[in-house]
Ligand binder design. Structure first.
Ligand code: AMP
Length: 320
């Protein structure tokens, strides 16, 4: 990444009095911590600016910091910064915002050029890694709570440094954050990984009922009665899918969760070999090569997607 990009982003941040920071719909910890860390770093550096982190609040993520409730249609000539999202139509809650310029900070494969000024690196572990680089390479200032959020986003999106986009740079940033701010990482880990017992029981249900095909494709269809029985929410399967990595018999695994209220199937896909985002893209989804998602309306589409993923696994097996 050229030094120039960081400098230019800093210049824009300095120029605007009002800045809105948004991320993708259905956020994960990296999406929320990246927007909150960036908001708090900008406010810490420029206390007189109006900086808002927007999007639907997720109860579980309140511990990372509160989002801002602001009438977006009343804001004038603001800068929009989007984090952890490649395209504008997946950005949460900006329909009413009339922004003057937009900057993208993201680690997904680039599916849409949104702005002339983009800090995009699809080899980075997380959006938080990119926000940390931006802060470290410019006069933006950090404090303990910014450092904690950056740590949480990086740890969570790299799945505790297990995923392939973990690099020397990831470890350098993590070690600098721990060192500079004396982070209590036991407490931070607990805030990401502590779970109630009903979730552990639901986890057992997923393992017990995962269907595994000869090709290495595994899937489970999670219907509302199961969600209700275990008293979990619709986001719980997404939060658990990475726990099913390293199953000897499985190459690609898929959680299909029916969202009764919105009449849609939420699909999480993970892989430890075959490339899956090309399949997800054919079903209005997307994501990374080995971690993708989609939302489809019918079980027929779900089954078509499973067929395609099965084929991708078979082709991958043939080449091994
Ligand atoms: P998830 O399984 O929801 O954790 O998503 C895995 C990856 O796929 C993330 O990088 C998401 O941003 C991306 N993703 C999930 N759903 C979609 C979708 N409907 N369209 C595009 N990308 C998606």
């Amino acid at each position: 990444m050229s030094r120039n990009v960081y400098k230019q982003i800093y210049k824009k941040i300095k120029k605007y009095q009002t800045i809105v920071i948004a991320r993708h719909v259905g956020p994960d910890p990296d999406a929320v911590t990246s927007q909150i860390a960036l908001r708090d770093a900008i406010k810490y550096t420029f206390p007189n600016k109006n900086v808002y982190a927007v999007g639907a609040s997720v109860y579980r993520f309140k511990k990372f910091g509160l989002l801002d409730k602001v009438a977006l249609d009343t804001l004038k000539s603001c800068l929009l910064i989007i984090t952890d999202v490649p395209n504008l139509d997946r950005v949460d809650d900006i329909f009413q915002l009339n922004y003057q310029e937009v900057i993208k900070i993201d680690h997904h494969p680039c599916s849409e050029k949104v702005s002339e000024l983009e800090l995009v690196d699809d080899t980075a572990s997380s959006a938080c890694q990119l926000v940390a680089e931006l802060i470290y390479k410019t006069p933006l200032k950090m404090n303990v709570s910014v450092a904690e959020n950056l740590f949480l986003g990086i740890v969570s999106d790299s799945d505790r440094f297990l995923l392939s986009y973990t690099s020397a740079k990831t470890f350098q940033i993590i070690s600098k954050l721990i060192d500079d701010y004396r982070l209590d990482f036991n407490r931070l880990y607990a805030s990401l990984y502590e779970r109630p017992i009903n979730e552990i029981r639901f986890h057992g249900y997923l393992g017990e009922n995962l269907e595994i095909q000869e090709s290495g494709l595994a899937f489970i269809k999670i219907m509302p009665e199961i969600i209700n029985k275990y008293n979990v929410d619709l986001a719980t399967p997404s939060n658990m899918i990475n726990d099913f990595n390293f199953i000897k018999e499985v190459l690609v695994w898929v959680f299909i969760t029916y969202d009764e209220k919105n009449e849609i199937y939420k699909i999480n896909i993970r892989s430890r070999g075959p490339i899956i985002n090309t399949v997800a893209e054919q079903f209005h989804g997307g994501g990374h090569k080995f971690a993708s998602g989609a939302r489809v309306k019918t079980m027929e589409e779900v089954d078509l997607m499973l067929q395609d993923l099965n084929q991708v696994c078979e082709e991958y097996q043939k080449l091994r």
